[in-house]
Design a protein around this ligand. Structure first.
Ligand code: FAD
Ligand code: NAD
Length: 482
């Protein structure tokens, strides 16, 4: 067992950890970056990038299928699964390569391999080979897909997103359990690439939408295209090795209690990810934990209590998306270097985007959050994309945008939307939200023609109209339990 001393120890070399390491070094401190798994980050290896590559192939197939509606007839569609997966893996490897180049540039003496756990507040042990004594520690350990033990017992054909991007060919059929962002993005992409896909949703919701109207419109648009079984639970999963190459027998139970057994090449568990905090020995770090075992921390400094421990990225489960991992890592690393003179870092307006079709975005304060923080004090404006000019031109006229504003100040608070170009509309709205614009100021901005943004203007005009009325009228919408 060797002992190493450092000023800052960073656990996890993902996006948050690398960002924390760089910030600590920029703060003039000695830092160590510890990693137990493969380098390359979740985002590049098995997350954002390969999933968007698969979606890009699916969009190409979808465009061909959609073409006849414009009078364009491209001929029979042939999807070569091996070629699809070769591009996904090839481009994925290129993105991972850029991350590995970054790791390569970190001096060898700053990089340590092994699983880290706390022995005391500033004391870590790596596997059985190294003790680290650090003035401050950043926890940037990421998250892991959740697979219930009884599902695992059905064998290797029960998979998570971690396995999908290593396929060398597209399978015949996939059952996707969970209609969160991973389930929808991957389920729709595989469906469009000719895989028989069934999605199982425990409840009636899709992705992170909390606004009941947007959620309903989104669920309807998605259910028009996909085989989604809402209100349906998984009753049992069993390996069915007799079939060609093996299958999984999935038994589901619908809301009426009816059982149905179907066979799939794979079952993709997409029921959420849990932060990697369990094996860290946090009890030895003397940190106060929440009911999920995650250290309590300050969202502006990323400091855990008054300790010299900081947390960032998926590990804290606050906003488990890539831009947040980078921001939180930078703040945590900077403050780990400054400790005890910590200072608040820049936390941006929340923005999440699901790359399904219709795309789904949540900006600023969600409907659910506003029902708590602004009950009776916010108004809603809306637009349907069904008859929105440019959306109809492109035959992408599905979805709805709802925008929220504050009575009195007239300030724009947030939005939920499912619709065309939501990735861009989401940014526009997030920038307005962060700039603390009023709805009136947003309506003073230029809008070209014919563009999807004109739909945003319609929703904002509707919001301005409601903001000019009495508050009571609006909060009827905030029914309990929404
Ligand atoms: C399929 C999928 C698609 C996604 N798509 C998007 C998207 O389009 N846009 C978006 O913004 N986000 C997306 N995300 C989310 C995004 O990938 C994550 O939020 C982000 O990668 C988290 O970064 P991180 O640094 O917190 O964790 P990671 O990159 O996972 O890094 C954590 C590291 O810590 C290491 N580690 C864990 N425990 C220990 C220990 N005890 N000792 C040493 N090392 C340890 C792990 O091995 C890992 O390398 C997607 C995620 C998935 C799974
Ligand atoms: N475009 C993006 O930004 C993007 C893409 C993919 C992943 N991600 C990140 O990855 C995280 C994890 O994604 P995810 O889709 O796995 O999680 P999620 O939390 O978004 O969705 C999980 C879904 O599974 C359901 N569920 C939970 N337990 C279930 C069960 N036993 N049976 C059936 N359904 C069940 C939940 O109700 C929920 O709808 C996301 O929170 C997101 O931050 C982001």
């Amino acid at each position: 067992m060797q002992t190493k001393r450092t000023e800052v120890a960073v656990i996890g070399a993902g996006t948050a950890g690398m960002s924390a390491y760089r910030a600590a070094r920029a703060g003039g401190k000695r830092a160590l970056l510890i990693e137990s798994g493969p380098y390359g980050t979740t985002c590049a290896r098995v997350g954002c990038m390969p999933s968007k590559l698969l979606i890009a192939a699916a969009e190409a197939a979808h465009a061909v299928r959609a073409a006849p509606a414009f009078g364009v007839h491209p001929g029979p569609l042939r999807i070569a699964g091996k070629e699809v997966m070769a591009r996904v893996r090839g481009e994925r490897d290129r993105f991972v390569g850029f991350v590995l180049d970054g790791i390569e540039q970190i001096p060898a003496e700053d990089k340590l391999r092994g699983h880290a756990r706390f022995l005391g507040p500033g004391r870590l042990q790596l596997d059985d080979h190294t003790i680290i004594e650090a003035d401050s520690v950043v926890i940037a350990t990421g998250s892991t897909p959740i697979v219930p033990d009884e599902w695992r017992r059905a064998g290797p054909r029960v998979i998570t997103s971690d396995q999908v991007f290593d396929w060398t060919d597209l399978p015949d059929s996939v059952a996707v359990v969970g209609t969160g962002v991973i389930g929808l993005e991957l389920g729709q992409a595989l469906h469009r690439l000719g895989v028989r896909v069934t999605l199982f949703a425990r409840g009636g919701s899709v992705v992170q939408l909390s606004d009941p109207l947007v959620r309903e419109v989104a669920a309807r648009a998605l259910a028009d295209e996909l085989d989604i079984r809402f209100q349906t639970e998984i009753a049992a999963l069993e390996a069915d090795a007799d079939k060609d190459g093996g299958q999984v027998a999935l038994t589901s139970r619908d809301a009426a209690g009816n059982l149905r057994t179907e066979r799939f090449s794979y079952v993709l568990a997409a029921i959420g990810r849990s932060p990697n905090v369990g094996g860290l020995g946090l009890e030895s770090a003397q940190l106060a934990l929440d009911r999920h075992g995650i250290p309590l921390y300050d969202k502006h400094t990323m400091q855990c209590g008054s300790s010299a421990v900081f947390i960032a990225g998926d590990a804290d489960n606050e906003r488990p998306v890539l831009p947040e991992a980078a921001d939180q890592g930078r703040i945590a690393g900077d403050n780990a270097a400054r400790f005890p003179r910590t200072q608040p870092g820049l936390r941006r307006t929340p923005l999440t985007i699901a790359f399904s079709e219709p795309q789904i975005a949540v900006v600023g304060a969600s409907y659910k959050e506003l029902c708590v923080s602004h009950s009776g004090r916010f108004a809603i404006g809306q637009v349907s994309f069904e008859n929105q000019g440019r959306s109809r031109v492109m035959l992408q006229n599905h979805g709805m945008l709802r925008v929220y504003g504050e009575f009195g100040s007239g300030r724009f608070l947030g939005a939920e939307l499912a619709g065309p170009r939501a990735e861009h509309l989401g940014h526009l709205l997030a920038w307005a939200c962060q700039a603390k614009l009023t709805v009136a100021a947003m309506l003073d901005m230029p809008f070209y023609h014919p563009v999807v943004e004109e739909g945003v203007r319609t929703a904002l005009r509707d919001l301005a109209h409601h903001l000019s009325k009495e508050p009571e009228e609006v909060c009827q919408d905030c029914t309990p339990g929404t």
